[in-house]
Design a protein around this ligand. Sequence first.
Ligand SMILES: *Cc1c(COP(=O)(O)O)cnc(C)c1O
Length: 240
Amino acid sequence: MAEKLGPVARDVIERNLAKVRDRIAGAASRAKRTPADVRLIAVTKYVSPAEVKMLIELGVSEIGENRIQEAETKKETLSLFPGACFHLIGHLQTNKADKAVRLFNFIHSIDSERIASALNKEAQKAGVPAIPCLLEVNVAGEANKFGIPPDESAIAQLVERSKSLLGLKVTGLMAMAPFAENPEPTSRPVFRRLRELRDAVALRTGTPLPELSMGMTQDFEIAIEEGATMVRVGSALFES
Ligand SMILES: *Cc1c(COP(=O)(O)O)cnc(C)c1O
């Protein structure tokens, strides 16, 4: 469970947001990319609905949560802002697929055919438009992390099978790098590998997979240099 913070003041969030956006722009420019090609997903698991509202009022339109239960406490706030996009970034169990498709507009954490089928079934039952989804890859092979092994055939197979699931639309891959004090030597190879896997699987399956969700507070600039189109940043937005 994410460690909860107390209330965070609007001016703190505003200042942090400006810094994060600056750092995103800097990393994008180093990589000769456009900052607009990198979407900031503000991860709000540490804070309450009040801070979510502040973020959206400050112009953040994409909010990420890693647990269904926590997301439910924020649903009402999100519903005040129909333009906002709510992202599920954490592991999902099949028995919560019904809630997931009703809460979220984007799912980053599909890691098996079983969960893909369950989400597809529930999405069709709920009558929601096809949900954009990413396949989570456990690039570093960490025992405590979820994700498909970093194997081109395994990922390609799940992409192929997902094509018949009309309730979902797989648009890319997601990964987390191991925690590190100095992320450069550990995160960069993970992000580079995810991009290479994406390129290979897109080619092999003839499926465009434009999205790469990678990078958090510790390493989002490295991720952008390696091609991230979505960074999931929490702590950096709320620290004082
Ligand atoms: C919490 C979380 C993040 C954000 O982490 P920070 O280090 O606080 O930026 C990103 N992705 C996932 C999957 C998370 O659970």
